[in-house]
Design a protein around this ligand. Sequence first.
Ligand code: GLY
Length: 338
Amino acid sequence: MQAFKLLITGMLLLLTAETASNVSYATPADTARVVLVVHGGAGTITRDRMTPEREQQYRAALREALEAGYRVLQEGGTSLDAVVAAIRILEDSPLFNAGRGAVLTSEGTAELDASIMDGRTLQAGAVAGVKTVKNPILLARRVMEASPHVMLIGRGAETFAQEQGLELVPNEYFVLPERREQLRRMKERGMGAVPELQEHAYGTVGAVALDRYGNLAAGTSTGGIMGKRFGRVGDSPIIGAGTYADNAACAISATGQGEYFIRAAIAHEIVALMKYAGLTVEQAAAAAIHGTLTRMGGTGGVIALDRNGRAAMVFNTEGMYRGYVDEHGHITIQIYRD
Ligand code: GLY
């Protein structure tokens, strides 16, 4: 059994090294334990497309999310509390494809998906296709904690949100004029002709956290992909695809072409590689993104955090909005591949 495990591990490492050679991934270089990692989506994010002002806005929003989550952890809150605090900030920011500022369906409406998972208990909650819940991540948590179910969709999810006293808003709250314009141009000329869409093509937000009790949690929230059919559900609310947390391995939140992440069960694959093949969090995340996902032709990335505070931020796109805070409160924010 041990020999078999070593063989599989060796094969995976070879595969990873081979496929990772022409793509990039980043991982915190310092030795301090990381306690919170966030992402704001992966895509064709390059310096030449970015203005200094816009980059500043992204950095400020990611910082605000990291600070909010870190504050929770410092005050003795759980990793679930920290994940929710960080994701709420990103959902409320119009910069990201989640909550306000979400991409639109081909009908011009916002349909939001979110999920959360507790690495201690393996409990999970998810919502899909919600149109009036201001912070879908809060609803995902209520599904996990206040219902016997894992996933609620559409009208059922919204009725539950109302019963739970969550804030509801008209769908127009989520819809920004620039998103309407992007949709119009996309319909007119195709996705490739709209540079902002390349940047945010698969933008999603997510967070993974480790609390002082040694517990991991993961959460993800998204508007999906621009121009999607109404009713389309991506990977973000699918436990095992876009989100997973297991104290025995790591916590994961993904961003990318959801259909590929669902087909490859990317988040759970990373956990399984750690649990059953003995890979580290960096190796497992790289194998899933630069190996499995890339071979299938998919693009995107993940943030991952293990129980020792080792973090990995791996993507095969030009960039990924991402950042982490270590146990001393030191914040690092990165956007581009290098
Ligand atoms: N990864 C977000 C989506 O495909 O919906």
